[in-house]
Design a protein around this ligand. Sequence first.
Ligand SMILES: *Cc1c(COP(=O)(O)O)cnc(C)c1O
Length: 932
Amino acid sequence: MSNEFLDRHIGPSAQDITSMLDSINCKSVDEVVSKTVPNAILFGNRMQVDEGLTERDSLELATKLAGDNILATNFIGQGYYGTLMPTVVQRNILENPGWYTAYTPYQAEISQGRLEMLLNFQQMIMDLTGMDISNASLLDEPTACAEAMMMAKRANRKNKSNKFLIDSNTNTQTITILQTRAKPLGIELVVDDIQNNDFLDCFAALLQSPGTNGEVRDLTADIARAKDNGVLTIVACDVLALTLIKTPAEMGADIAVGNSQRFGVPMGFGGPHAAYLATRDEFKRRVPGRLIGVSQDVLGNSAMRMSLQTREQHIRRDKATSNICTAQVLLAVLAAAYGIYHGAAGLKKIATKVHAKASNLAASLNAAGFELVATQFFDTITINTDKAQNLFDSAQKSGINLRLLNDAQLSMSVDETTTEAELSALLAVFSIDQLTESELALSVSIMRESEYLTHPVFSQYHSETEMMRYLKRLENKDIALNHSMIALGSCTMKLNAATQMYPISLPGFSKMHPYAPEDQTLGYQQLFKDLEHALCEVTGYDAVSLQPNAGSQGEFAGLLAIHSYHESNGDFDRNICLIPSSAHGTNPASAVMAGMKVVIVKCDDAGNIDLDDLKAKVEEHSDKLSAIMVTYPSTHGVFEVEIKQVCEIIHNAGGQVYLDGANLNAMVGVTRMGEFGADVSHINLHKTFAIPHGGGGPGMGPIGVKSHLAPFLPGNPLEKDSNAVSAAMYGSASILPISWSYIKLLGKYGMQRSTEIAIVSANYIADALKDSFPILYRGDQGMVAHECIIDIRPLKEQSGISEEDIAKRLMDYGFHSPTMSFPVAGTLMIEPTESESKREMDRFITAMISIHNEIQKVISGEWDKDNNPLKNAPHTAHEMAGDWSYPYTRQEALYPVESLVANKYFPPVKRIDNVYGDRNLFCSCIEVSEYI
Ligand SMILES: *Cc1c(COP(=O)(O)O)cnc(C)c1O
């Protein structure tokens, strides 16, 4: 089958594949697959998906679909605004694989560049909100509000109320998402006008500033009343408005949340963009999501790392503060870059111009006799009019989108991109022929006086040359896929092809407002239809929701669907969720968020679900059994033969099967979960379907379901009680063209071939390493799935060298470590994917075998057991230049294998002290003198 792109996507050549098959004693790729995937579920490729297109044809089709979207002049606002991404940022970050192909910064020493940028993001949010600490991103503003609600519930233990108050002047999508999230936790929502509320019976309250109708108020008095009653306050605020108006901290709030989208990140029909959560010092250990902190390396140099929550869900499981795993790193990086490039004065200028446009607009409407709802506003004004619908319709006819707040109110928001011509066109809708120049509307009493963005990072990079070099300098500190393979098991770090990435920059996709009328989004609708169809074909499910914007959110949405299904059958007591002990940490965390009780099922020595234990647990909880969450192939990297039986046991007891689809890359075109018994799965598009990891997000976690669960998929976030889980109907819609392109380019055969080669490659690596490191689990015919776990514990026992030492030593060899200690402590999980060439895999194998030989030197006593290249890894360039006091040579430390001479990476810091960082939590930018 000829497929031009397939040959680009698959790493090994035909000849390489033959020689890999030889090494693993298989005659054909088919033989590998039939020995790996249990016969009972080997269905053959029955996907009704077209064959692959050429790159040129795929791009042309994507461009056509983008063109089918109509970009009207947008005044909708409601949390999403037009913005100008600086081209230096677009070219050097968004369109640069050095940034977008990086992984989440768990291996901090090789992630200092993006960690520094995330610290800049945190500092920027702290400055803008006035809070003491900020996290490094959440998924979107409404889910950030939900995380804040849960955080406040835990933080405010003294207050026994289970009511959460929301000011009525809050965005609809925020209220909807809070409904979805509050219900399973037994939290009761009260929506009320906060100015007339005495805060008597609630544990926390959410206010929005500016309000959904644009009104800006000083919230100080309301917040003080709340505080008097022991109620915590959360303010959802607008980052650009914060450059002009008083901060939530100055008004006394406890938590600030919001979205950084309008700092240079396109609306993208709903995302992705980085939301944030910032709070006071006293709550710093309760912050959900990832928090970047400053620690030090073993030489005492400042170095950054993820604090506290590192692998939080894996450690705390059902007691985790949140299920957020993949967040929005790349978008936080982009927003921080926007802040750095403009600086305080630049941002203030942008904000003032926006406010001036709104002020002029308001004055013009007012002069023409329209009544304004509020005299204090930033960028959004609302008018009272009995002709709201007529005006809305006639605006739309002239290519202008407004927001119909209700029957009698019309809103309009301006932004950085709004031109004079657009304002004139808008006024024409109201039969006003001239824009009235007016004073700024905001009164002095609400204006901000405090300084912000005073750290030098926000004033040093305003020239394009300096900015370009700063971004390059940071990029050079990190290892991403453009340097070497990243064989992270369970994360599927495959090729993110340029042709797949290209469409996200097309304006037809990137500039669409998420609440634009449907007839303007026909290109997107077609793309979603194509993608939903293909994902149904891939999985064997009947329906797909593209809404969840990470795997964790898909888990939550899928479990809610299961819960609603049970309720629709009159089963109100089914709340037990069985989870095998080897599950990913998001599984138990999501189950708890969905109001379920987690019961752990054991795994046997071979890594399979212990069927006896499963049966016992099912029997014990039969009437209350809601679901099982299983990963397939298992997190142990094997296709369990009994999967069909597992599904049957659960179904017979009236339960539902949630299959974690993170390992779908081992199944596409070979087997389908919907056919072997699963009811619902999330599909991590940032793993199997080529969305890049972005250094820790964005991602997309659509869910597929069998038909009986389809009525319970997430609904429209603008409709109350719709079970929506994201602010936008299609989540982070603007990255869906990446997965769509992936499917178009590979097609039916190419996707199957990718799965097959991923399995061949994993078995090739397992075979090449088996004599140096034992392979922990294999299937019944001795094969691994698309990843393999190597056991470091026996070597550690002999040598004292741990999996972490190996991970750090791999940095000296120019590699990112495989997944460390998941799902089994003391192991490394390797997943090469189909897109790594045999040459690159061989380089990795050579490095691992060389490390094995180094460990032998420790065991034999040739190398000291504490002072050796493994324990001292990684080694920096700076160290090499100084006095060399190690009992081994520079060559042994830095150039242990020949191939490094031509392509050497130097980590910027030595091993980082995790404990120091958590004890001395410091999450803002460091003194300039400390940068190295
Ligand atoms: C990656 C992963 C998840 C979580 O997905 P996110 O997109 O990071 O939320 C869940 N389960 C497994 C097995 C995974 O590998």
